[in-house]
Design a protein around this ligand. Structure first.
Ligand code: ATP
Ligand code: MG
Length: 253
């Protein structure tokens, strides 16, 4: 299963969710590969992967190295392909036909080695995110419970529909995950209704688990640790654990 974690809106918890899934699934003895497909390199940094003077996902997209040369084995028992700012050039440099398929082609060599491949994507719907959707079997959409954050999801859905039509008919949106949730600030009825309409419109469920806000997320990332190692008892770790359980239940069905 190849999961693209995507939302063109910035700061909604894509990287945090991708890292929690990578580490959390690996802790359950699944074979997991995390791929950083964001020039910001936040996922690489948070995992403690090296992302300079080493082959990165950029070289994979340019087809100048084999994916096996770019894979790093991390202490948490999972593998990572890192990214850095070089990837920002990919949009312009990949102009040839078939540019949407570059990641899929690179990943095909190792797809059998992993139970889950988790792709962290940048806050845009450009060629990188389209590569992630073309490579993926499933798309997970983290969002905050703001009116603007939820509104962008219909635009995201249009990109998914276009990828289904031209590049990857099998890909589907698996669900929407609310993150950075503040339980004290009651989610407004307006947002709840909007979210339900969206869920119906994109025919994907909203996960029952909401990820609450907690300062431990930034602390863990600053310490290059995953949330379970850094603060396993925190509410955020509990929420991500519950989410992974809910996610896996959905995969079994
Ligand atoms: N549950 C949470 N509680 C508190 N802070 C959080 C939580 N999830 C994410 N954050 C913080 O919010 C910021 C944005 O999170 P993150 O980097 O995961 O979002 P993103 O969608 O990947 O952003 P970008 O679009 O820039 O890639 C980070 O500083 C992160 O530490
Ligand atoms: Mg990110």
């Amino acid at each position: 299963m190849i999961i693209a974690v995507a939302n063109q809106k910035g700061g909604v918890g894509k990287t945090t969710t991708a890292q929690a899934m990578t580490a959390g699934l690996a802790a359950q003895k699944y074979r997991v590969l995390g791929i950083d497909l964001d020039p910001q390199g936040n996922f690489s940094a948070a995992c403690g992967a090296v992302n300079y003077n080493v082959p990165t996902v950029y070289e994979l997209m340019k087809q100048t190295v084999d994916i096996k040369e770019a894979i790093q084995h991390m202490n948490g028992g999972y593998d990572v392909v890192p990214a850095n700012i070089m990837l920002a050039g990919a949009e312009q440099e990949l102009s040839q036909t078939g540019k949407e398929h570059r990641l899929k082609e690179a990943v095909s060599a190792v797809v059998g080695d992993y139970d889950f491949i988790v792709i962290d994507t940048p806050p845009s719907l450009g060629v990188l995110t389209v590569n992630a959707f073309t490579c993926a079997t499933d798309i997970l959409i983290p969002t905050t419970a703001g009116i603007f954050a939820t509104a962008g999801i219909s635009q995201l859905n249009e990109t998914v529909t276009s990828v289904q039509k031209y590049c990857n008919p099998g890909v589907k949106i698996r669900g929407i995950l609310f993150t950075r949730f503040n339980p004290r600030a009651n989610i407004s009825r307006q947002i709840r209704e909007l979210a339900e309409q969206l869920s119906e419109y994109i025919s994907a469920p909203i996960y029952q688990t909401y990820i609450r806000s907690g300062v431990v997320v930034e602390e863990a990332q600053a310490n290059k640790a995953d949330i379970f190692d850094y603060a396993g008892k925190s509410t955020v770790a509990q929420d991500y654990r519950a989410f992974i359980e809910e996610f896996l239940k959905g995969v079994d069905e």
